[in-house]
Design a protein. Sequence first.
Lengths: 169, 283
Amino acid sequence: MGLFLRTVRLNKWHPYPPEECNWLPKGELHADPLADLATTRGALSIWRIEDGETDERRVIAALASRRDSLQSIDYIVFGSDILKRLNIQVERSEGQSADNEINKSWHCDMIQLSAWKLVEFAETVVIHENVIPKRITKGRLKEFIQDAVSAKQVDPGEMKTGIRDKLDI
Amino acid sequence: MGAQKIEVDYGMDIRSNACTKVSASFLSSKGVTERSFGGVATSNTVVSGYEEVLGEIPVKFACNQLFRGQKFSGGEVEYAANHFRKNAEQAVGLDTNITDVFTPEFRQWLGNFSRYSDDWCLTLPMSSLGEDITVRQTKSPQTIRPMIERIFAAGSAEVFEDGMESEFSRALTSAIKEHGNIAIKVIGDLILSEKVDPEVASEALRWIGDMEHPTTYAGRSELLQRSLFCKSSWVRDGASIGLACLGNPGAIPHLKEAIGREPYELLRRNMELTRQDLLERDR
């Protein structure tokens, strides 16, 4: 089973502190995760990863390298079986990260997404599969990016100063 | 020397009697030049400061006059500059008695500030040195609070993305750079009393931890530590991220306490990530 990765903002994802959402009927999806699933022309950007942690590291470094500042990064990883079950199609497309190699080969779009399909996807990920977002804090993020620079996966010359100035390179 | 007149502005926090910003304008043979030459924050035990401009002799001169109370000499100026830079780097936890740093006259001026209103301006002739030094208080928390409240209100309409600048983050960090610890005090009041949108407060805390500004390092660190115990999980999470960005190992005991009190499992786990991050950096 292949895996996919998408960055999110952790606070918007399950599980919420009970005292902050006691209004939410049990088993129903909170609306907040949908804010992290903004589509363009019915497509949602995701990254295909094969070799769990190593690939995760590479994608995270590539995405973080394009940011303004070296803060934490939150993301979810989910199985391709979810997309198959929901009959969501995936199409390869060009990514916008700092790593040109993975932009060409690892980036995909979930396509032909209706609003209902998107809600179904979020509901499956959050409620049925109980996918918990992961977080990489600044110290480890810096390590990831420095490794990516050493491996020539990302070019420090193309990074914003807010990132480049904080690296030991 | 070429500097006939020096005006020095201090941003003062009246309530805590903390001096937060120092800038000078001086009249040289080339006309009036304005430079922000340093910042110094004082509380009972912590002194921090830095110099933004070290290349201007009159500025060094002003710094030397005020902080050391001695006439210009290369060695003394270099000592003062290095002293303040070192303090800025070690602002938190630095146990420096202000009496080691300031002259009695300067301490007296600091004391006076707490008793005067915003527009107070005092000219102190330094006749023995042949200089006129104007010392005046700049902004107070009360005067900048409406501006900071507007920044937070406008932030509510924005959609934030991790690690990406926004109108809100730019306005907030500019206000901190402009008003120093007074701005931190106001922001702290708004966040800790939960008068602002928790998501915006969370975003603020990330950038407060991330920004480079030695003068406010101690104040920002304290605000982040206190925010770990706020009612909103958004705010607690923002504080945890901000502390990881700030990288101050002095926050480790506060994080440990917050983890022990954190009811929300996911947040507890993320606070632990921050704690591990800081422990790694402390090695």
